[in-house]
Ligand binder design. Structure first.
Ligand SMILES: [Zn+2]
Length: 280
């Protein structure tokens, strides 16, 4: 991906600031997440984090610098995140709707969020309560080395997927689905969560198409890298790695094949109307 020179909207840089996990309680979070047995993003922070907030005593106030990071890893996140928001500004405008861009926070180990304490072990996630995407950059080596998804475009896909959750939040889809989930069985609720995740994958594909139309920055192998990441973070692949078998009812993100399919669907025309995973 030839991302250098793309527009930079800035990040909230909390790297090197320490965090609430350094004070206490982080161990409990780590244990719970280890039991979950896999890395995931798009975690529902309201479910997981609100319960944990109680154990996080003495959270410290963090002063983050807001601006364009100088280092390459920070600049990459900034550029992709800005590009994703720019794409959605245009798409919303085309429908006469307004769009408030998400913000992106870079942190290390643990940080306070509007959804409770964010932990690096969770992988990148989006918090609907504060409209922010949280990324600990150590996830990139997990993605590369443990999940086998290599390349800059694998990372770009992850960022675009998280912005996809922000789009769902802006459209009221997140709230609507969470309401629905409270009224149905666990299995049905899980199926709805999967559809929400697959839609975020499709939205990542929409970004991939539209940003490339504008920037012409795709290089040979980039889309394969995104597909590799979509596949690597599919719940069947992750569950197989952690339990040695696949348990479809507990899928929350979707199978690898479904994730690839929906990313490709978004990428085929760059049209979010193609991303109605709920009707499919
Ligand atoms: Zn997600």
């Amino acid at each position: 991906m030839k991302w250098e020179g793309g527009r930079r909207g800035g990040v909230e840089d909390r790297r090197g600031l320490g965090g609430p996990g350094m004070i206490g309680g982080g161990g409990i979070v780590a244990v719970i997440l280890a039991l979950a047995g896999y890395y995931f993003f798009g975690i529902d922070p309201q479910t997981v984090l609100s319960g944990l907030e109680a154990v996080q005593g003495g959270q410290q106030q963090q002063q983050a610098s807001v601006g364009a990071p100088q280092d390459e890893a920070g600049a990459f996140v900034d550029t992709v995140h800005t590009s994703a928001n720019d794409a959605w500004v245009e798409l919303f405008q085309a429908q006469g709707k307004s769009y408030q861009p998400s913000r992106v926070v870079l942190y290390e180990a643990a940080t306070n969020t509007g959804c409770g304490t964010g932990q690096a072990a969770m992988g990148p996630f989006y918090c609907p309560a504060d409209n922010r995407v949280y990324i600990d950059l150590s996830f990139w080596s997990t993605l590369d080395q443990q999940l086998g998804a290599k390349g800059d475009y694998a990372r770009a896909y992850v960022i675009a997927h998280e912005v996809g959750h922000h789009v769902q939040n802006q459209l009221g889809i997140t709230d609507y689905i969470q309401q629905q989930e409270r009224q149905v069985s666990k299995t049905q609720a899980n199926a709805l969560s999967v559809k929400l995740e697959l839609q975020a994958d499709c939205y990542a594909g929409v970004w991939a198409y539209r940003s490339n139309t504008k920037m012409n920055w795709l290089e040979a192998g980039d889309i394969e890298e995104a597909i590799g990441a979509a596949s690597a973070v599919g719940d069947d692949t992750l569950q197989q790695a952690s339990q040695g078998r696949v348990v479809p009812d507990s899928f929350t993100h979707g199978s690898s094949a479904d994730r690839i399919k929906w990313f490709k669907t978004g990428f085929s025309r760059g049209n979010p109307a193609d991303c109605d995973t709920f009707a499919a």
